[in-house]
Design a protein around this ligand. Structure first.
Ligand SMILES: Nc1ncnc2c1ncn2[C@@H]1O[C@H](COP(=O)(O)OP(=O)(O)OP(=O)(O)O)[C@@H](O)[C@H]1O
Length: 681
């Protein structure tokens, strides 16, 4: 063993010892807290009769304080314990100007040596740790409250420590060493998405640590780490702004529950609490006060996959356009200018001139229209009070309210929405029957009208919004999000991975809704082998994509004589997976019907069918649809029924691209009949 390795091993043992001592100290203080808490409770119990209300409140507060401190100690213990397993993953020896170099160890959390009053491990989010990601050996700098600290990195080292044991270490003289990244990516994926702190790349680090963007749009190719980066960005913001932002101030809008479960590990792995999460449809139901039933996005896409209905596509296309949002905005102006009828109001013997009401209503132009009537009613009441020199009777007060409500010709948003289509001369674009069941394309348009006319402030508390799969949301949806969430936003996705090409948004479309957005584009793909990435390029080419140099078997396209033989083949592939070293397999179909057919045919134990109703991500082998698999990844992927019969339209092609790009190491397609033309390249 060379001297450096020996030194590092000794240092690791020393740190582990320090951590053990620190855990013991926390244990002692937790014990002390719980003893004090018990004594306090006993004291209160015994002296209850002699205590007045103020004493009780004070005692309650002190108990809460103790419990809070106790909880913080338990959290600290959890973090220390985790550090004991893997205390650090990186080290840089940094020499600040005119000073000798000092080692800086970087880990998932910081560890402070109370006795010597110095940091033994720095949190990866600390400003000084940013140099590990941003610089090679030589000149380097980081920001401090007093300005940039210049200096030089004299050594850069990476470690893999697992269960307290040093598995390997590497000195690197270039950026984060490719070897370590390669080792990480070559591993099989056994479970949910993982943290990537040890191998964050420079361009990714810039996105994670960006503090200036009020809206950040990340357009990145499949497997470029968008979701991972966005979650690390949240962890960074929680650390950087720990005084002002808490986990509860953040909201993740996720495409479905399985995805939400799939990403749920990353932040706790980084020591952060669970972040509230909401599906787009849950948000819609909430904003419509559950007054309307509506088609879901899954149902819309399934309908498109089932049949080619030109009128349905036309409705979706129009309502996904920027033009539609502009028309809605113009219509709102039209409503304001034309749908209010002003006349003099007679309250008792007082006449309130129409011009008075009109001026008042205009003065509140910043308030949503339907909210203005109540404000103007107060003004009218005050006017009448001044004119008569007396208080108004209850009856007179309600007469004012009723008269003002009559100024506006509509009393519900659905009627206005219907009227909008007459106004643009396209009534055929709305399918809304009396049961008020909305098509998915209408859901957010109706919400937008409601938002503009009534105002909604339920989500004002959210300080940071994260939206994944941005390509699936339309300009109207973004206009709603923009008004609903005034705080900062991180929006990410990939235009090539749309499941509905008729409603897809690009980064440029989103930029039109958020002109202030910082747009970042990521082209390096980390998930799949070079062979799989090249194969997926045959479906949707992207000349800019840069696959990470990692090789594996070429994807296989297996021809079968008929469907029975195809299902038998999939059974064989499943058996081969079970005896391979791979941990996860995704059998990804175009539709749920196909997925159910494969599931029935295989009848294999330990194979799960993932549907729209599923709420958790399962390990091992799963059968699902491309729509649901979006955002997930598997060691090996099988795409059944890749025939010309099943994959022929634009929507089918999108599904095939999503399915193939889920594979990390192995990809197999099966078909019978003629092979799909989507693979023609
Ligand atoms: N810097 C990195 N170090 C190690 N692994 C990384 C890095 N960046 C990304 N990865 C890995 O690449 C894979 C893809 O990441 P992620 O799912 O975040 O990408 P994505 O862009 O959201 O993908 P998609 O849009 O295709 O769903 C994950 O396994 C992730 O851990």
């Amino acid at each position: 063993m060379n001297a450096t390795l020996q030194e590092e091993k000794e240092y690791l043992e020393e740190i582990k010892e320090q951590l053990t001592l620190a855990i013991r100290r926390v244990d002692d203080s937790v014990r002390q807290f719980s003893d004090e808490l018990r004594e306090k409770k006993e004291y209160i119990h015994e002296h209850q009769s002699g205590m007045d209300e103020a004493d009780m409140v004070a005692a309650g507060q002190s108990i809460n304080r103790m419990a809070f401190t106790g909880e913080a100690a338990v959290g600290r213990k959890r973090r220390l314990f985790k550090l004991g397993q893997s205390p650090y993953f990186g080290r840089i020896d940094f020499a600040a100007r005119k000073q000798a170099a000092a080692p800086i160890y970087i880990g998932v959390h910081s560890f402070f040596d109370e006795q010597r009053r110095r940091n033994l491990i720095f949190d990866w989010r600390a400003p000084i740790a940013s140099m590990f990601y941003d610089f090679e050996l030589g000149a380097a700098s980081y920001t401090t409250p007093a300005g940039p600290q210049q200096g030089a990195i004299e050594l850069k080292r990476q470690y893999k420590i697992r269960d307290g044991r040093l598995e390997f270490m590497l000195d690197s003289d270039v950026n984060i060493h490719d070897d370590v990244l390669q080792r990480e990516l070559a591993k099989s994926s056994d479970d949910k998405l993982k943290n990537i702190v040890a191998t964050i790349q420079r361009d990714q680090n810039a996105v994670i640590r960006n503090e200036t963007a009020s809206v950040m749009v990340i357009q990145g190719v499949a497997g470029s780490g968008k979701t991972s980066i966005a979650l690390h960005r949240i962890a960074f913001l929680l650390y950087r702004y720990r005084e002002t932002i808490r986990a509860n101030d953040i909201l993740i809008i996720s495409p479905n529950k399985v995805f939400a479960d799939y990403i749920s590990n990353v932040l706790p792995e980084l020591g952060e609490e669970h972040i509230p999460e909401l599906g787009m449809e849950e948000l819609a139901a909430d904003l419509l006060d559950s007054r309307y039933s509506f088609q879901t996005f899954f149902e819309q896409v399934s309908a498109l996959l089932d049949a080619h209905d030109a009128a349905f596509i036309e409705r979706i296309r129009f309502k996904s356009s920027f033009e539609f949002l502009s028309q809605l905005n113009k219509y709102l102006l039209h409503v304001e200018n034309n749908y209010l009828t002003f006349s003099d109001l007679r309250i008792g013997s007082t006449v309130v001139p129409a011009a008075f009401v009109q001026t008042k209503l205009r003065a509140y132009h910043r308030v949503p229209l339907l909210k203005r009537f109540a404000l103007v009613a107060d003004d009218v009441r005050a006017h009448v009070r001044n004119a008569t020199g007396r208080k108004l009777s209850g009856r007179e007060k309600s007469t004012v309210g009723e008269a003002l409500n009559r100024l506006f010709r509509f009393n519900n948003v659905a009627d206005l929405y219907r009227d909008f289509y007459c106004w643009i001369g396209r009534p055929e674009l709305l399918r809304l029957d009396h049961s008020l069941h909305l098509e998915y394309a209408d859901v957010f348009a109706l919400i937008y009208l409601r938002l503009r006319l009534e105002g909604i402030s339920t989500y004002d508390h959210v300080k940071h919004l994260l939206v994944d799969e941005m390509q699936d949301y339309t300009p109207v949806q973004y206009a709603v999000l923009s008004r609903l969430f005034p705080g900062r936003k991180t929006i990410l996705g990939d235009v090539s991975q749309t499941v509905n090409p008729y409603s897809a948004s690009s980064a440029e479309t989103i930029e039109r809704v958020f002109p202030q957005a910082d747009i970042v584009k990521l082209y390096r793909s980390y998930r799949s082998t070079v062979e799989i990435t090249a194969f997926a390029q045959r479906i949707t080419p992207n000349p800019h994509i840069i696959p990470l140099e990692r090789h594996g078997p070429a994807p296989a396209v297996l021809r079968c004589a008929n469907q029975t033989e195809e299902l038998a083949k999939i059974g064989e592939l499943l058996a081969a997976f079970n005896s391979s070293g791979n941990q996860s397999l995704g059998i990804i179909c175009k539709t749920l019907r196909q997925a159910e057919a494969v599931y029935q045919a295989l009848q294999a134990p330990d194979v799960y069918l993932l549907t729209e109703e599923s709420t958790v991500f399962k390990e091992g082998a799963i059968i699902t649809t491309a729509h649901l698999a979006k955002g997930l990844e598997f060691d090996a992927v099988i795409v059944p029924f890749a025939s010309a019969h099943h994959y022929k339209t634009e929507v089918d092609k999108s599904m095939l691209y999503v399915a193939c790009t889920r594979a990390m190491h192995e990809l197999t397609l099966t078909y019978s009949g003629e092979l799909t033309a989507c693979l023609a390249g």
